[in-house]
Design a binder for this molecule. Structure first.
Ligand SMILES: CCCCCCCCCCCCC[C@H](O)CC(=O)SCCNC(=O)CCNC(=O)[C@H](O)C(C)(C)COP(=O)(O)OP(=O)(O)OC[C@H]1O[C@@H](n2cnc3c(N)ncnc32)[C@H](O)[C@@H]1OP(=O)(O)O
Length: 261
């Protein structure tokens, strides 16, 4: 399978998507990028799934990005022939997703690999991880959101250095600057990502979606507009049945049972 899709053994509300092409360092060829897009779309459409973890097969590389021997030349030649081919790199550049995605970066996350990790909401990594936008090495530029998202994830000067030089940073630097939330030994990586995913899956699902949307929306809005939209979302969530259940569970000293409505 180009993309392995597994249920979390402990919590079926959590999915694990694994880019499975270790011989090519999980680079996305046309088949793998289509399969990843399909897997992400299926996760988004499945009401039983609340959170997903994205990782790479093997113990050296999360993803080496787009396939420089197949996907990029194919895409480039179609562009040079006057086309503007579909621009949906692994489902991460089309419309905005609705559900939380956690990147478990198990090694090199380069070019499109880092762009996929940046398109995830939370990033955790293993000590061997590296993070870089290598595109200028090959006389192209990041084409899946790297120039848009990296400056929001690291200081502008570092983003510019990484994009212009194409040189990666290591896991310690990524953690120091806040590109990743946690750095753990490789055997602990998936358990750490799954623990985070399970805790999010336990929260009010509508509240999680609304809060995530507010954060992403707010990045591009003026303060007053962002505050107004947060207030509208606050009222929307207050009108849900889950907003009755949450405080009641607290008062009755029991775990809440949310139904997503
Ligand atoms: C066309 C139909 C429409 C499709 C729509 C798609 C829309 C696309 C929109 C644009 C998206 C842009 C995405 C992005 O912005 C652009 C890119 O991602 S360009 C990719 C740049 N990537 C890199 O520069 C990383 C290159 N790889 C490395 O640096 C190293 O391989 C590594 C990751 C550090 C690992 O090093 P090693 O462990 O030493 O392994 P090797 O180097 O020996 O590699 C092993 C094996 O894997 C092959 N390989 C590695 N990376 C890639 C790659 N990116 N593409 C293809 N193949 C790769 C490598 O060639 C070796 O193969 P072998 O020689 O063994 O056959």
């Amino acid at each position: 399978m180009p993309i392995r899709v597994d249920d979390d053994a402990e919590d079926p509300r959590v999915s694990v998507l694994t880019i499975d092409r270790p011989d090519a360092r999980n680079a996305l060829d046309p088949e793998h990028q289509q399969a990843l897009g399909d897997a992400v779309a299926a996760f988004e459409a499945d009401d039983e799934k609340l959170v997903a973890v994205l990782t790479g097969a093997g113990d050296t590389t999360f993803s080496a990005g787009a396939d420089l021997k197949r996907l990029i030349p194919t895409y480039r030649d179609r562009v040079r022939a006057g086309e503007d081919p579909p621009w949906n790199f692994g489902g991460f550049t089309a419309t905005r997703r609705a559900k939380p995605l956690i990147a478990a970066v198990n090694g090199h996350a380069l070019a499109g690999g880092l762009e996929m990790a940046l398109a995830c909401d939370i990033r955790v990594c293993s000590h061997n991880a590296t993070f870089g936008l290598a595109e200028t090495k090959w006389a192209i530029i990041p084409g899946a959101g790297g120039t848009v998202r990296l400056p929001h994830a690291v200081p502008l000067g570092l983003a510019m250095e990484m994009i212009l030089s194409g040189e990666p940073i290591d896991a310690a630097e990524a953690h120091r600057v806040g590109l990743v939330n946690r750095v753990v030994p490789l055997p602990d990586l998936l358990p750490t990502a799954l623990g985070l995913a399970r805790s999010i899956a336990d929260r009010g699902p509508l509240a999680v979606r609304e809060a995530r949307e507010r954060v992403l929306d707010g990045l591009g809005l003026e303060h007053e507009e962002a505050m107004a939209r947060e207030h509208e979302a606050f009222l929307r969530v207050m009108r849900t049945d889950d907003a009755l259940e949450g405080p009641a569970a607290f008062a009755e000293k029991r775990p809440p049972r949310y139904r997503g409505r």
